[in-house]
Write a protein that binds this ligand. Structure first.
Ligand code: GH3
Ligand code: MG
Ligand code: MG
Ligand code: MG
Length: 301
Protein backbone atom coordinates (compact mmCIF):
# COMPACT_ATOMS: atom_id res chain seq x y z
CA UNK A 1 0.00 0.00 0.00
CA UNK A 2 1.33 3.43 -0.84
CA UNK A 3 0.61 6.68 0.93
CA UNK A 4 -2.20 7.44 -1.58
CA UNK A 5 -5.67 7.73 -0.21
CA UNK A 6 -7.25 4.25 -0.02
CA UNK A 7 -10.54 4.37 -1.90
CA UNK A 8 -12.13 1.20 -0.57
CA UNK A 9 -11.81 -2.48 0.29
CA UNK A 10 -11.70 -5.15 -2.41
CA UNK A 11 -11.99 -8.88 -1.92
CA UNK A 12 -10.53 -11.15 -4.63
CA UNK A 13 -11.85 -14.72 -4.74
CA UNK A 14 -9.87 -16.80 -7.23
CA UNK A 15 -8.41 -20.30 -7.03
CA UNK A 16 -5.27 -19.20 -8.85
CA UNK A 17 -2.70 -17.47 -6.63
CA UNK A 18 -1.04 -16.12 -9.78
CA UNK A 19 -4.26 -14.31 -10.76
CA UNK A 20 -4.63 -12.93 -7.26
CA UNK A 21 -1.09 -11.65 -7.39
CA UNK A 22 -1.66 -10.04 -10.78
CA UNK A 23 -4.86 -8.26 -9.70
CA UNK A 24 -3.32 -7.27 -6.38
CA UNK A 25 -0.42 -5.68 -8.27
CA UNK A 26 -2.81 -3.60 -10.35
CA UNK A 27 -5.04 -2.39 -7.51
CA UNK A 28 -3.00 -2.39 -4.32
CA UNK A 29 -1.96 1.27 -4.51
CA UNK A 30 -5.56 2.48 -4.49
CA UNK A 31 -7.43 -0.12 -2.45
CA UNK A 32 -7.09 -2.33 0.57
CA UNK A 33 -6.98 -5.85 -0.87
CA UNK A 34 -8.14 -9.11 0.72
CA UNK A 35 -8.19 -12.47 -0.99
CA UNK A 36 -9.36 -16.06 -0.83
CA UNK A 37 -8.49 -19.04 -2.98
CA UNK A 38 -11.82 -20.86 -2.71
CA UNK A 39 -15.53 -20.14 -2.47
CA UNK A 40 -16.17 -21.31 1.07
CA UNK A 41 -13.38 -19.29 2.66
CA UNK A 42 -14.25 -16.43 0.28
CA UNK A 43 -17.77 -16.19 1.69
CA UNK A 44 -16.35 -16.17 5.21
CA UNK A 45 -14.04 -13.35 4.21
CA UNK A 46 -16.99 -11.35 2.88
CA UNK A 47 -18.44 -11.25 6.40
CA UNK A 48 -15.08 -10.61 8.04
CA UNK A 49 -13.99 -7.74 5.81
CA UNK A 50 -17.24 -6.14 4.51
CA UNK A 51 -15.64 -5.25 1.18
CA UNK A 52 -16.89 -2.45 -1.09
CA UNK A 53 -16.40 -4.66 -4.12
CA UNK A 54 -15.78 -8.36 -4.82
CA UNK A 55 -13.77 -9.65 -7.78
CA UNK A 56 -14.93 -13.19 -8.33
CA UNK A 57 -13.51 -15.96 -10.46
CA UNK A 58 -16.08 -18.19 -12.19
CA UNK A 59 -14.27 -21.52 -12.56
CA UNK A 60 -13.11 -22.82 -9.20
CA UNK A 61 -13.12 -26.36 -7.79
CA UNK A 62 -15.75 -27.30 -5.14
CA UNK A 63 -17.81 -24.12 -5.22
CA UNK A 64 -17.86 -22.12 -8.44
CA UNK A 65 -18.35 -18.36 -8.85
CA UNK A 66 -22.08 -18.67 -9.53
CA UNK A 67 -22.68 -20.51 -6.29
CA UNK A 68 -20.61 -17.96 -4.39
CA UNK A 69 -22.59 -15.11 -5.97
CA UNK A 70 -25.88 -16.81 -5.13
CA UNK A 71 -24.85 -17.06 -1.48
CA UNK A 72 -23.79 -13.42 -1.38
CA UNK A 73 -27.10 -12.32 -2.96
CA UNK A 74 -29.18 -14.41 -0.57
CA UNK A 75 -28.11 -12.62 2.60
CA UNK A 76 -29.29 -9.17 3.60
CA UNK A 77 -25.88 -8.51 5.15
CA UNK A 78 -24.00 -9.02 1.90
CA UNK A 79 -26.42 -8.66 -1.01
CA UNK A 80 -25.65 -5.01 -1.74
CA UNK A 81 -21.92 -5.57 -2.23
CA UNK A 82 -21.17 -5.28 -5.96
CA UNK A 83 -19.57 -8.33 -7.54
CA UNK A 84 -17.52 -8.35 -10.76
CA UNK A 85 -16.85 -11.65 -12.45
CA UNK A 86 -13.32 -12.07 -13.72
CA UNK A 87 -13.01 -15.10 -15.92
CA UNK A 88 -11.43 -16.76 -18.91
CA UNK A 89 -14.91 -17.86 -20.05
CA UNK A 90 -15.41 -15.25 -22.74
CA UNK A 91 -18.52 -16.48 -24.60
CA UNK A 92 -21.52 -14.17 -24.87
CA UNK A 93 -23.72 -16.81 -23.21
CA UNK A 94 -21.40 -16.95 -20.22
CA UNK A 95 -21.32 -13.20 -19.89
CA UNK A 96 -25.12 -12.93 -20.06
CA UNK A 97 -25.42 -15.70 -17.48
CA UNK A 98 -23.03 -13.85 -15.18
CA UNK A 99 -24.85 -10.54 -15.46
CA UNK A 100 -28.24 -12.19 -15.01
CA UNK A 101 -26.98 -13.86 -11.85
CA UNK A 102 -26.49 -10.39 -10.38
CA UNK A 103 -22.88 -9.46 -11.16
CA UNK A 104 -22.48 -5.74 -11.89
CA UNK A 105 -19.79 -6.36 -14.50
CA UNK A 106 -17.95 -9.12 -16.31
CA UNK A 107 -14.29 -8.88 -17.17
CA UNK A 108 -12.55 -11.49 -19.30
CA UNK A 109 -9.01 -12.71 -18.97
CA UNK A 110 -6.32 -11.92 -19.94
CA UNK A 111 -6.65 -9.02 -17.56
CA UNK A 112 -5.70 -5.62 -18.92
CA UNK A 113 -4.54 -3.46 -16.03
CA UNK A 114 -5.93 -0.12 -17.20
CA UNK A 115 -9.36 -1.59 -17.96
CA UNK A 116 -9.59 -3.41 -14.64
CA UNK A 117 -8.59 -0.24 -12.80
CA UNK A 118 -11.15 1.89 -14.64
CA UNK A 119 -14.05 -0.53 -14.15
CA UNK A 120 -13.24 -1.07 -10.50
CA UNK A 121 -13.10 2.70 -9.95
CA UNK A 122 -16.51 3.10 -11.61
CA UNK A 123 -18.18 0.47 -9.47
CA UNK A 124 -16.63 1.69 -6.23
CA UNK A 125 -17.86 5.20 -7.06
CA UNK A 126 -21.36 3.91 -7.87
CA UNK A 127 -21.45 2.00 -4.60
CA UNK A 128 -20.51 5.14 -2.67
CA UNK A 129 -23.24 7.14 -4.38
CA UNK A 130 -25.77 4.39 -3.66
CA UNK A 131 -24.76 4.28 0.00
CA UNK A 132 -25.03 8.07 0.21
CA UNK A 133 -28.52 8.21 -1.30
CA UNK A 134 -29.62 5.25 0.77
CA UNK A 135 -28.50 7.10 3.88
CA UNK A 136 -30.46 10.20 2.93
CA UNK A 137 -33.70 8.22 2.89
CA UNK A 138 -33.00 6.98 6.40
CA UNK A 139 -32.71 10.22 8.32
CA UNK A 140 -35.47 11.83 10.38
CA UNK A 141 -36.20 15.30 9.02
CA UNK A 142 -36.77 17.03 12.36
CA UNK A 143 -33.98 15.66 14.52
CA UNK A 144 -31.37 14.56 11.98
CA UNK A 145 -30.97 11.16 13.63
CA UNK A 146 -31.91 7.85 12.00
CA UNK A 147 -35.55 7.20 11.15
CA UNK A 148 -37.68 4.11 11.68
CA UNK A 149 -36.71 2.61 8.35
CA UNK A 150 -33.04 2.75 9.26
CA UNK A 151 -33.82 1.35 12.70
CA UNK A 152 -35.59 -1.67 11.24
CA UNK A 153 -32.78 -2.38 8.83
CA UNK A 154 -30.08 -1.89 11.44
CA UNK A 155 -31.85 -3.98 14.02
CA UNK A 156 -32.46 -6.81 11.58
CA UNK A 157 -28.77 -6.78 10.70
CA UNK A 158 -27.57 -6.83 14.31
CA UNK A 159 -30.17 -9.39 15.26
CA UNK A 160 -28.67 -11.72 12.65
CA UNK A 161 -25.08 -11.02 13.63
CA UNK A 162 -25.87 -11.47 17.32
CA UNK A 163 -27.72 -14.71 16.65
CA UNK A 164 -24.86 -16.08 14.58
CA UNK A 165 -22.08 -15.01 16.93
CA UNK A 166 -24.05 -15.45 20.17
CA UNK A 167 -23.58 -11.84 21.19
CA UNK A 168 -25.61 -9.86 23.67
CA UNK A 169 -27.91 -7.33 22.01
CA UNK A 170 -29.69 -4.52 23.84
CA UNK A 171 -32.63 -2.46 22.62
CA UNK A 172 -34.13 0.57 24.34
CA UNK A 173 -37.43 2.31 23.74
CA UNK A 174 -37.43 5.83 25.13
CA UNK A 175 -40.60 7.90 25.49
CA UNK A 176 -40.92 11.47 26.72
CA UNK A 177 -43.15 11.75 29.79
CA UNK A 178 -46.27 13.90 29.50
CA UNK A 179 -45.22 15.28 26.16
CA UNK A 180 -48.76 16.13 25.15
CA UNK A 181 -48.88 18.43 28.16
CA UNK A 182 -45.56 19.92 27.08
CA UNK A 183 -47.03 20.84 23.68
CA UNK A 184 -50.17 22.14 25.34
CA UNK A 185 -48.11 24.35 27.65
CA UNK A 186 -45.32 25.62 25.41
CA UNK A 187 -46.70 25.15 21.92
CA UNK A 188 -45.92 22.72 19.14
CA UNK A 189 -42.80 24.56 17.91
CA UNK A 190 -41.24 24.44 21.37
CA UNK A 191 -42.24 20.76 21.38
CA UNK A 192 -40.25 20.28 18.18
CA UNK A 193 -37.22 21.96 19.75
CA UNK A 194 -37.57 19.71 22.77
CA UNK A 195 -37.50 16.65 20.50
CA UNK A 196 -34.29 17.91 18.90
CA UNK A 197 -32.62 18.44 22.29
CA UNK A 198 -33.66 15.01 23.51
CA UNK A 199 -32.42 13.36 20.30
CA UNK A 200 -29.07 15.12 20.77
CA UNK A 201 -28.77 14.10 24.40
CA UNK A 202 -29.45 10.45 23.59
CA UNK A 203 -26.95 10.54 20.74
CA UNK A 204 -24.29 12.01 23.01
CA UNK A 205 -24.90 9.25 25.53
CA UNK A 206 -23.92 6.55 23.03
CA UNK A 207 -20.17 6.26 22.77
CA UNK A 208 -19.46 3.45 20.36
CA UNK A 209 -19.68 3.60 16.57
CA UNK A 210 -22.12 0.67 16.40
CA UNK A 211 -24.64 2.17 18.82
CA UNK A 212 -27.65 3.59 17.02
CA UNK A 213 -30.40 5.97 18.09
CA UNK A 214 -33.45 6.42 15.89
CA UNK A 215 -36.66 8.39 16.07
CA UNK A 216 -39.20 5.61 16.30
CA UNK A 217 -42.23 7.86 15.96
CA UNK A 218 -43.69 11.06 17.46
CA UNK A 219 -41.93 11.48 20.82
CA UNK A 220 -40.45 8.00 20.98
CA UNK A 221 -36.87 7.02 20.33
CA UNK A 222 -35.22 3.61 20.02
CA UNK A 223 -31.61 2.56 20.57
CA UNK A 224 -29.81 -0.49 19.26
CA UNK A 225 -26.77 -1.31 21.40
CA UNK A 226 -24.82 -4.31 20.06
CA UNK A 227 -22.19 -6.38 21.86
CA UNK A 228 -22.93 -4.96 25.29
CA UNK A 229 -23.59 -6.80 28.54
CA UNK A 230 -26.77 -6.33 30.54
CA UNK A 231 -24.90 -4.31 33.18
CA UNK A 232 -23.39 -2.02 30.58
CA UNK A 233 -26.77 -1.59 28.91
CA UNK A 234 -28.20 -0.53 32.25
CA UNK A 235 -25.35 1.94 32.70
CA UNK A 236 -25.93 3.42 29.23
CA UNK A 237 -29.66 3.80 29.92
CA UNK A 238 -28.71 5.61 33.14
CA UNK A 239 -26.39 7.89 31.21
CA UNK A 240 -29.18 8.72 28.75
CA UNK A 241 -31.53 9.61 31.60
CA UNK A 242 -29.02 11.79 33.38
CA UNK A 243 -27.95 13.57 30.18
CA UNK A 244 -31.60 14.35 29.50
CA UNK A 245 -32.16 15.57 33.03
CA UNK A 246 -29.02 17.74 32.69
CA UNK A 247 -30.68 19.54 29.78
CA UNK A 248 -33.05 21.03 32.38
CA UNK A 249 -35.82 21.59 29.88
CA UNK A 250 -38.55 23.22 31.90
CA UNK A 251 -41.84 21.30 32.02
CA UNK A 252 -44.05 22.95 34.59
CA UNK A 253 -47.16 20.93 33.75
CA UNK A 254 -45.45 17.61 34.51
CA UNK A 255 -46.55 16.04 37.78
CA UNK A 256 -43.28 14.17 38.36
CA UNK A 257 -40.61 16.84 37.87
CA UNK A 258 -40.30 20.48 36.88
CA UNK A 259 -38.12 19.37 33.97
CA UNK A 260 -38.63 17.08 30.98
CA UNK A 261 -38.12 13.42 31.88
CA UNK A 262 -38.23 10.18 29.92
CA UNK A 263 -39.19 6.60 30.57
CA UNK A 264 -36.88 3.92 29.20
CA UNK A 265 -37.87 0.33 28.52
CA UNK A 266 -35.36 -2.17 27.27
CA UNK A 267 -34.34 -5.72 26.70
CA UNK A 268 -30.85 -7.16 26.77
CA UNK A 269 -29.79 -10.67 25.89
CA UNK A 270 -28.48 -13.10 23.31
CA UNK A 271 -31.18 -13.48 20.65
CA UNK A 272 -32.61 -16.91 19.86
CA UNK A 273 -34.19 -18.18 16.64
CA UNK A 274 -37.57 -17.84 18.31
CA UNK A 275 -37.27 -14.10 18.87
CA UNK A 276 -37.02 -12.36 15.52
CA UNK A 277 -36.06 -8.71 15.59
CA UNK A 278 -39.64 -7.41 15.71
CA UNK A 279 -40.31 -9.60 18.73
CA UNK A 280 -37.33 -8.02 20.48
CA UNK A 281 -38.70 -4.53 19.78
CA UNK A 282 -42.05 -5.63 21.13
CA UNK A 283 -40.43 -6.80 24.34
CA UNK A 284 -38.58 -3.51 24.74
CA UNK A 285 -41.93 -1.78 24.25
CA UNK A 286 -43.49 -3.95 26.98
CA UNK A 287 -40.72 -2.82 29.34
CA UNK A 288 -41.45 0.79 28.42
CA UNK A 289 -45.10 0.24 29.25
CA UNK A 290 -44.04 -1.09 32.66
CA UNK A 291 -41.83 1.96 33.25
CA UNK A 292 -44.84 4.17 32.53
CA UNK A 293 -47.05 2.08 34.81
CA UNK A 294 -44.50 2.35 37.62
CA UNK A 295 -44.81 6.13 37.55
CA UNK A 296 -42.60 7.29 34.60
CA UNK A 297 -39.12 8.87 34.83
CA UNK A 298 -37.48 5.44 35.18
CA UNK A 299 -35.68 2.57 33.53
CA UNK A 300 -37.03 -0.97 33.16
CA UNK A 301 -34.73 -3.47 31.48
P1 GH3 B 1 -46.87 9.62 28.48
O1 GH3 B 1 -46.14 10.14 29.66
O2 GH3 B 1 -47.80 8.53 28.83
O3 GH3 B 1 -45.93 9.21 27.39
O4 GH3 B 1 -47.76 10.81 27.93
P2 GH3 B 1 -47.58 11.65 26.62
O5 GH3 B 1 -48.40 12.86 26.73
O6 GH3 B 1 -46.13 11.87 26.33
O7 GH3 B 1 -48.08 10.63 25.53
P3 GH3 B 1 -49.09 10.76 24.35
O8 GH3 B 1 -48.80 9.58 23.47
O9 GH3 B 1 -50.48 10.94 24.86
O10 GH3 B 1 -48.68 12.08 23.61
C1 GH3 B 1 -47.62 12.16 22.74
C2 GH3 B 1 -47.60 13.55 22.20
O11 GH3 B 1 -46.47 13.76 21.35
C3 GH3 B 1 -48.81 13.88 21.39
C4 GH3 B 1 -48.27 14.50 20.13
O12 GH3 B 1 -48.92 15.70 19.83
C5 GH3 B 1 -46.83 14.77 20.45
N1 GH3 B 1 -45.99 14.69 19.27
C6 GH3 B 1 -45.79 13.63 18.46
N2 GH3 B 1 -44.96 13.98 17.45
C7 GH3 B 1 -44.63 15.28 17.62
C8 GH3 B 1 -43.82 16.20 16.90
O13 GH3 B 1 -43.21 15.89 15.88
N3 GH3 B 1 -43.70 17.46 17.39
C9 GH3 B 1 -44.35 17.83 18.51
N4 GH3 B 1 -44.18 19.08 18.95
N5 GH3 B 1 -45.13 16.99 19.21
C10 GH3 B 1 -45.28 15.74 18.77
MG1 MG C 1 -10.31 -20.29 -11.59
MG1 MG D 1 -45.57 7.93 23.21
MG1 MG E 1 -44.88 10.21 25.99
Amino acid sequence: MSSNEIKGKILIIDDSPANIQLINGILKDDYEIFFSTNGVSGIKKVYETSPDLILLDVVMPDMDGYEVLKKIKSDLLTRDIPVIFITALDSIDQEVKGLEAGAVDYITKPIIGAILKARVATHIELKKQRDYLENLTMIDGLTGIANKRRLNEYLEKWYKISLRKKLNLSIFMIDIDYFKLYNDTYGHLAGDDCLKFIAGAIKNSLKRPYDLVARFGGEEFACVIPETSYDDALMIAGRIKSNISNLRLEHKASTISSYVTVSIGGISGIPTELDGHFKMLERADESLYKAKQLGRDQIVI
